[in-house]
Structures are given as C-alpha cells and as structure tokens.
Design a protein around this ligand. Structure first.
Ligand code: GLN
Length: 532
C-alpha cells in the first residue's frame, strides 16, 4: 500500500498558522473517508517540548502514550478527533541521538557519518515507518520553522529526497506564506510570498500549493500574480483569510477546490461520497460559534498568563464545554502574583487554576483556591490547581501549621503534597515526570462519579508530586473528599467538597481529552455550575 505524503512548509515568518493549515488539510481528507494522520517536525535541539517554558513556546501537549509534545499535536487531535502517538513529533535531538547511538554501536562501521545521507535517512525512515505501521492513506507532515532557517535544512532536504524517491504522484508540498495589506483598503502585497518561494526553490523544492495568509480573501488578480512568479497554478494559490474560528478553515480551503486538486495530482479517481461526514462536522463547527447572549465569565489564575498559548488546550476545552451548553465562555487570564484584592474574583462565574510548576506565584493561587471555597464560587483546579487547593484547605480549614508542597518548601512541617516516591531516585529532568494515560478508579456516590457516569476513566498526567496520603482521614473528616484514585489506591486523582456549589480538583489533565463536539465531562460540569 502506498501512502500519499503532503509536506507543509512555512515561509515569511512564524505564527502564520501552519498547524491549522496542516490540520485542516488532514481534516478534509478524513472527511473524504481517507485514513490520515499528521506529523510535526520540530527542528530545535530539545529532545521534546517538555523542558521548554510554556510562556515562550506555548503549551506542552501530553499524548495518551506519555509524550510531551509540541502544541500542534493538540491541534491535530482536536481537528481529527483521534489520538496522535508521541513518535509523530520528531525533533532534531531525537534524530541525532539515534544516529549517534547507532554510530557508537558500530552500525556504520567504516563509514564517515554525515548529515546526508545518515541524518536525512533517519528522518525519512521515521516518516515512512509511521506511514506503513499505521497503514495510512495520507500522512501530512508539518515542518516547523521558516524556510531559510539553518536548523530546518536537513529536514527539508530529507523531504525533498522523498519526492524524488516516492515520485511526484505520491508526494506534494504545501507552502504557507503571507500576503500583507499595509492598510485596510490597501493592496495585498505578493513580494514576501515571491521571496519565500524563491528560497524554497533554491533548496530544490517546488511547492504544489500555496496557502496564503491574509486578512480578507485573496483577490483573483493577486492569486494570478503570485502564480506567475512562483510556478504554482492560480487555482492552487489558496486564500487563507481570517476566519471566526480555526475550525472554519477546512471549509475555506474546500471551497477553493483543494480536495479535487489533491486527488487529481495524486492520480486518485474521484472522491467518495462523504456528505454524512460533512453534516456531522458542520454541526460541530456551527455549535462552536458564539452564543453571545449567554456569557459565562471564567477567571483563569496562574503564572503563565502572558501568552494565551500557554494553556491552549484548557482554553479549547472550556469552549467545547460552552458549545455543548450553548454558552459563550469568556476567559480572563489573571496573574496570580499580581492579585492584591481577592474580591476582584467576585466578578467571575467560575475560577479555574490550571497546571503549573515551582514557587513563583503559588501563594496567590493558594489564596485564590481558598477564596473560591469561602465565597462558594465554582472552582476547578487542574494538577497544580488540585495540589494547591489541598494546601489551602490544610491551612485554612484544618488550621495546620506550615502547610505546603515540598515542591514549594522542601522542609515544610506539614507536606500535604509530596514528591512521588518513584521520583526520588530520578535526577534527569527530561521526560521523567509521571506522564500520559493512567486508569482512574472513581468512588461510588460521589460528584466525580456523577460527572463521568462511570466508575473508571483513563486520563493523561504530567506531574512529579502527589497528595500525601497520611493527611487524607483528616481532610475527609473536615469535608474535602478524595473521590478517585489510581495505581491501586496509591495516588489521589480527584477531590471534591460536597457542601460547595462546585469545588473540584483533578490530578490529571482533562483538557487533553476534550475535542470539538466531544467536550470533556469535567469542563462541562464546571461551566454548567458557573452558568447557574
Ligand atoms: N508541579 C506539580 C507537579 O509536578 C504540578 C504539575 C502540573 O501542574 N502539570 O506535580
């Protein structure tokens, strides 16, 4: 079986939405009943995204199989409503590590090990292996960075070689560029696209499609001009103008004939009738548009609040829940370090504390968790937000002295949150947290059981610390219940306060399982409580 490959490259500048273009093309092919998946290539030297700062690089997306991945993997999962394994996020570090390891083992004995062919072969082998292991009709590969970057050269060279080896009927390139307008009524400028395509052709890649970002639809004359300079036919110069929601981009591309053009170029006969798929997808996209009259205001309190992308999956999950409940969820990000007067939180229908690490900003979050409890404001704490809610309760309800997590204060007298025992031997920081999907057992007759309608679920994790079990009897006697656990009762997974309007903490990350049309249950219950 021959997989068809579509390689997506980027030009002009970063942040043009290559991930959305990649996901949208994949979605269109999926809607046409093709078996598809996506790969993200990240040309940086981190082995994975786990060691990067979310404020600089965006969220670390955790896969079911425990990968700490680039946030584009989250986009693929949300668009395709399918799990993407961690080997679909390929980095420079992974490629070089494998090659160097093989060299040390003597696998290239006698040879001079070089970028071409050894690094490029390692890249193409990885891409081909995913295509054949998963028996894919189409594999869409997004190459991170911008053409012209030194870092991405070996990857682009590998992809170029794949077109030579697999043939033009099996490989095509989509290049994402920008047509800026200098003022509202101004002309759409084509020069950045021209230059970017020249740069791509200089390294031997002729794009088949151009996906051109612009604010308003690309004019026909602009398409023709771009076509003339880039050797891409005008029909395959696609306008990627601003949309109300990213989930409208598949339709925008479809309306310009991309699917027909892909099938024609790849020599596939006709498209299958997929109207049922389209109806279902359109219903989901429709549900995601705002219900402006019914607002729910959520305060998201944390320390990585300067970049919206730091918690992109949480934002999406709240919107999915809003769509299901026909509410428009508005999110304000509040820096936990800057709150002076906690009564400012009264303005909100609900308070959400997402994941986080380290000391900075944690006192503000602990106070926030306590304020939400005292004022009966719906509260959802995720991972760090779960752990800090326990600290707040220990301090203010149990009135214990010096309550903390050992992550924040190593010698706390009452370490209600402590390092996972298996973490005590670990010194490497990369990929060493408790990661990925773990089964969770939910206690009967609890709010958690009502939320999930089940006594067991599997959820994704990313943490090093956990609730210290020694304190649980005391907490439960005073009204904070631990309603779910994992690893045979060793780990606490969910807390709730039955006397509160809605007070829930989860050790896992429910946001990674939420998808358009399939909102994660915890978010639905939280938004529902906030809307009341
Ligand atoms: N810092 C906490 C831990 O390591 C919480 C992690 C998180 O919120 N993802 O356990």
């Amino acid at each position: 079986m021959q997989t068809k490959f579509i390689f997506v490259t980027g030009g002009v500048m970063s942040g043009l939405g290559k991930g959305v273009t990649t996901s949208s093309i994949a979605k269109l092919l999926q809607l046409a009943n093709q078996k598809v998946s996506c790969i993200k290539i990240d040309p940086y030297l981190n082995y994975d995204a786990g060691t990067m700062n979310p404020v600089a690089h965006g969220e670390v997306f955790v896969t079911e199989d425990g990968g700490e991945c680039d946030m584009d993997i989250g986009n693929y999962e949300r668009f395709l409503n399918q799990n993407i394994p961690k080997n679909h996020n390929i980095t420079t570090a992974q490629v070089y590590s494998s090659v160097i390891e093989a060299e040390r083992k003597g696998e290239y004995l006698g040879a001079c090990v070089q970028i071409i062919p050894h690094i490029t072969d390692e890249i193409t082998n990885r891409v081909r292996k995913i295509a054949s292991d998963e028996e894919l009709d189409f594999l869409i590969v997004e190459c991170g960075g911008t053409v012209g970057d030194i870092e991405s050269l070996p990857f682009l060279e590998a992809l170029r070689q794949m077109r030579v080896v697999e043939g033009p009927k099996n490989v095509m390139f989509v290049h994402v560029t920008l047509a800026p307008s200098l003022d509202v009524v101004g002309e759409q400028k084509t020069k950045p696209t021209q230059h970017s395509v020249q740069e791509l052709r200089r390294i031997g890649i002729q794009p088949d499609f151009l996906a051109v970002r612009c604010t308003v639809p690309l004019e026909e004359k602009t398409k023709k001009k771009i076509a003339l300079f880039t050797n891409v036919t005008a029909e395959d110069v696609l306008s990627c103008h601003d949309a109300k929601s990213i989930f409208e981009v598949p339709q925008i591309l479809y309306d310009q004939g991309i699917l027909d053009s892909i099938f024609t170029k790849f020599g596939k006969v006709g498209m299958v009738n997929a109207s049922a798929n389209w109806d279902e997808w359109n219903k989901i996209v429709e549900s995601m548009s705002n219900h402006k009259d019914q607002k729910v205001k959520i305060a998201m309190v944390g320390k990585y609040v300067t970049l919206a992308d730091s918690y992109v999956s949480v934002n999406h999950a709240l919107k999915h829940a809003g769509a299901k409940l026909k509410k428009s969820v508005e999110i304000d990000w509040i820096d936990s370090e800057s709150i002076k007067d906690y009564s400012m939180l009264d303005r909100y229908d609900g308070i959400l504390v997402p994941g986080g690490f380290g000391t900075r900003g944690s006192e503000g979050i602990i106070k926030t968790a306590n304020y939400a409890r005292e004022k009966n404001i719906p509260y959802l704490g995720i991972c760090f937000g779960f752990q800090l809610a326990v600290i707040a309760f220990g301090r203010n309800v149990l009135n214990l002295e010096d309550v903390n997590s050992t992550e924040i204060k190593q010698d706390a007298k009452n370490p209600v949150v402590d390092l996972l025992p298996e973490q005590k031997e670990i010194s490497d920081m990369g990929g060493s947290l408790r990661l990925g999907g773990h089964n969770i057992k939910i206690k009967p007759e609890t709010m958690a059981q009502k939320i999930y309608g089940s006594d067991s679920v599997s959820k994704r994790h990313r943490h090093r610390y956990e609730i210290n079990k020694n304190y649980i009897p005391d907490f439960e006697k005073n009204g904070m219940i631990f309603s779910a656990e994992s690893d045979g009762g060793k780990r606490m997974e969910i807390l709730e306060i039955p006397s509160h309007k809605f007070y829930l903490g989860v050790q896992f990350h429910p946001e990674f399982n939420s998808r358009p049309g399939f909102a994660e249950e915890v978010f639905v219950s939280f938004v529902e409580a906030a809307a009341k």
